[in-house]
Ligand binder design. Structure first.
Ligand SMILES: NC(=O)c1ccc[n+]([C@@H]2O[C@H](COP(=O)([O-])OP(=O)(O)OC[C@H]3O[C@@H](n4cnc5c(N)ncnc54)[C@H](O)[C@@H]3O)[C@@H](O)[C@H]2O)c1
Length: 250
């Protein structure tokens, strides 16, 4: 799964899944642009990569801001000269049942979880077109199939699947692929912020009764990011312990 010398932008790579994707890509020779709204977290990711002999640079960016995203792309190009791989990964949760969901939480989750994928893709894709090469990997969620209490999150993650498929149709002729990963419950700070009893219930809700690891998602991202994955585009790859298969247990 060749990614050596490729330049990879991973949004939200100061923590969790994005961080692990960045760790894996740079461990296999990619150059990393660690993008996060949290500067301290991005710097930490870069320091850890460099300590292992990898190559990465931190860029502070609120991916909901078009001007921030444009500045981020300029910084990445100034540093490495090109962008080969874009992993759209930022995401938050504001869970509630429909009748209790504040409009502000709908807007926030759609903005952070879906609009950022549009803004970052729109800023990066012209640079990929210039070089006739690109790999876009969007982190959706198994929740796109529907999750009670997550109307905002599920809708955003479904939107990511549609965006991914549309970009695949538009960009294939430029040697740019667009694929999607749909993780199940992955052991990250996002999940650990939930109530302990909710965590315990979630861990039992799939045929493989445990949380997945960020490394297991990073493995799938590495595959889609690789040179060899050129003939796969517009796909959704589940990394969810079988949770996408249907109702399990009771
Ligand atoms: N953890 C899971 O179980 C799980 C399951 C399915 C999908 N996902 C998805 O995986 C992705 C990563 O989730 P995670 O669990 O690693 O989360 P996380 O909270 O550990 O990391 C998210 C990172 O994104 C950054 N971020 C948030 N808003 C940002 C913004 N506007 N601009 C730039 N950076 C921003 C945060 O600072 C943080 O470093 C999300 O899209 C999430 O929806 C997670």
């Amino acid at each position: 799964m060749k990614v050596a010398e490729r330049v990879a932008v991973v949004t939200g790579s100061g923590s969790g899944i994005g961080k692990e994707i960045m760790n894996r890509l740079t461990a296999h020779g990619a150059r990393g642009v660690v993008v996060d709204i949290n500067r301290e977290a991005a710097d930490k990711t870069v320091a850890e990569i460099k300590a292992r002999g990898g190559d990465a640079v931190a860029v502070t960016c609120d991916c909901t801001s078009k001007s921030d995203v444009q500045a981020m792309v300029e910084q990445a190009l100034a540093h490495y000269g090109r962008i080969d791989i874009l992993v759209n990964n930022v995401g938050i949760v504001r869970d509630n049942y429909l009748t209790k969901m504040p409009e502000a939480d709908w807007d926030l989750v759609l903005n952070v979880n879906l609009k950022t994928y549009f803004l970052c893709s729109q800023a990066v894709v012209p640079k990929m077109m210039d070089r006739q090469y690109g790999r876009i990997i969007n982190i959706s969620s198994r929740a796109w199939l529907g999750n009670a209490g997550q109307a905002n999150y599920s809708a955003a993650k479904g939107g990511i699947v549609s965006l991914t498929r549309t970009l695949a149709l538009e960009l294939g002729k430029f040697n740019i692929t667009s694929n999607c990963i749909a993780p199940g419950v992955i052991d990250t700070p996002l999940i650990r912020s939930l109530r302990p009893d909710v965590q315990e219930r979630l861990a039992k809700m799939q045929p493989t009764p445990r949380f997945g690891t960020p490394a297991e998602v990073a493995y799938a991202a590495h595959f889609f990011a690789s040179d060899e994955a050129w003939y796969m585009t517009g796909q959704v790859l589940y990394v969810c312990g079988g949770k996408s298969l249907g109702i399990y247990g009771h």
